[in-house]
Design a protein around this ligand. Structure first.
Ligand SMILES: NC(=O)C1=CN([C@@H]2O[C@H](COP(=O)(O)OP(=O)(O)OC[C@H]3O[C@@H](n4cnc5c(N)ncnc54)[C@H](O)[C@@H]3O)[C@@H](O)[C@H]2O)C=CC1
Ligand SMILES: CC(C)c1ccc(C(=O)O)c(O)c1O
Length: 246
């Protein structure tokens, strides 16, 4: 049976790499993003025929977008087996200067977006009796991140907790919920956040002395998405080159 997956924030970076690895593994994939055009461009690059992809606008700050994306996937393919709550945003402001509005903006995308994704996709999967949900956390959620990313780090820490809560809620319904917590991955976001003159220092600070690889994050998603991965749930999988060890 063809397995159907949906990825949020799939237009670039890790989300795009995850969608690519899922396609390589034989999945049919809905690439969603707050920018429908960017999702469409990524889908076209990964699947020029368009037979195994669907590009959808899904702003994770809007619950109605989740519901309409799920409805579109069910209308096209009749099932959803795997959901990857990957979309996130970050802003850089010293913690004492973050306004409540700015805090809410980051949290409503990262934390609430993941919460709503788990609710909407989880409810469908529980009714179907099978599902795999993978949430994108971060090293920053485990070690507090940087001095200017408090809202980002706090939202990512909350994703680790939400993953456990939804894992417990959905375990009896055949649905697993896991998180991945990457450290710095070679990606457009890291290139944008780290000026070239600071990149060497960042790499030197990583015990394995390399950035992570987005393709490996995709490979890990594929592993967690397998039916055989029924015995891992509520877990956060660290991919950080040794920057944080439990
Ligand atoms: N790149 C890295 O080194 C790390 C990334 N992560 C996490 O991995 C995930 C992906 O990160 P990157 O690919 O680096 O980020 P990115 O910024 O390159 O891509 C994020 C994607 O999400 C989309 N997006 C942003 N806000 C959205 C919204 N409200 N609704 C729907 N889509 C939205 C953007 O349009 C973009 O396509 C994020 O959850 C991030 O926190 C975690 C640790 C390290
Ligand atoms: C690419 C962004 C700025 C980034 C960089 C590093 C981490 C981390 O080490 O936890 C992140 O979570 C990021 O989102």
């Amino acid at each position: 049976m063809t397995q159907i997956a949906l990825v949020t924030g799939a237009a670039q970076g890790l989300g795009r790499a995850i969608a690519g690895r899922l396609l390589e593994a034989g999945y049919t994939v809905a690439l969603t993003d707050r920018s429908a055009e960017a999702a469409e461009a990524a889908a076209r690059e990964l699947d020029p025929s368009g037979e195994r992809t669907l590009a959808l606008e899904l702003d994770v700050a809007r619950k109605a977008d989740f519901e309409s994306a799920l409805a579109a996937v069910l209308a096209r393919w009749g099932a959803l087996h795997v959901a990857v709550n990957n979309a996130a945003m970050t802003l850089t402001t010293p913690v004492m200067q973050i306004s409540p509005e700015e805090f809410d903006r980051v949290v409503s995308t990262n934390q609430r977006g993941t919460f709503v994704g788990c609710q909407v996709f989880g409810a469908h999967m529980a009714t179907a009796g099978y599902g795999r949900i993978i949430n994108m956390a971060s090293l920053a959620g485990q070690n507090g991140g940087t001095a200017t990313g408090a809202h980002y780090a706090a939202s990512k820490g909350a994703i680790v907790t939400l993953t456990k809560i939804f894992a417990k809620e959905l375990a009896g319904a055949g649905v697993t919920v896991n998180a991945i917590a990457p450290g710095p991955i070679e990606s457009p976001a890291v290139r944008a956040a780290v000026p070239p003159e600071r990149l060497e220092g960042l790499i030197a600070s990583i015990p394995v002395k390399r950035l992570g690889d987005a393709g490996f994050i995709g490979d890990l998603v594929v592993q967690l998405a397998r039916p055989e991965a029924y015995f891992t749930t509520g877990a956060t999988w660290d991919v950080n080159g040794g920057l944080f060890m439990r």
